[in-house]
Design a protein around this ligand. Sequence first.
Ligand code: OGA
Ligand code: MN
Length: 199
Amino acid sequence: MNKKIEKILCDIEQQGWSVQEHFFSTELTQQLKNTLTSLRQQGSFKQAGIGRENNLHVEQTIRNDEISWFGEKKLTESQQKFLNITQQLQDALNQRFYFGLFELEVHFALYSPNAFYKRHLDQHKNQDSRVLTVITYLNENWNKEDGGELQLYLKNGNTLSVVPKAGTLVCFMSADFEHEVLPAKRERASLTGWFRKRV
Ligand code: OGA
Ligand code: MN
């Protein structure tokens, strides 16, 4: 099995989260960024909401990013490549942990300078089909001073801070970790997804 995937499985087993720098190639993250740019030009990005179905609503004091779901337009080659790789991760997770994951629901996200997503949990109340959160960043030449870190609140009371650099993959058990996106000085681009099981 792919070494990087093996590392993720070990991390998930031991601590419930994993951060892998350079998980995706620069070539692929650049292509994904190009797809993002063209989706944006087509007007595919919408103000993100919170909650689900009947309860879904925009709440800009909690989050003020814009998102574009995969599958609303025909997938580009780079989106297919991304899904091929995450499919391998999904298969490996199922083999090791019997999670019964059957799909990755995923969207692009764009945070304007100063945009944020306050501390939250990704699982919706009364619905736990989201098992594992997977986040990928698309920001070339991102420095610590640019801000925009993902803060992950760990069980021991510590906080893990992740710099949103292109190619980094973060994943964590959706039910177990509250997290937050801090404001950035620059525009911040990412892909957020959830491996789901049937409920
Ligand atoms: C989310 C989220 C984190 C990030 O979209 O639910 O928490 O670092 N994103 O973009
Ligand atoms: Mn989240």
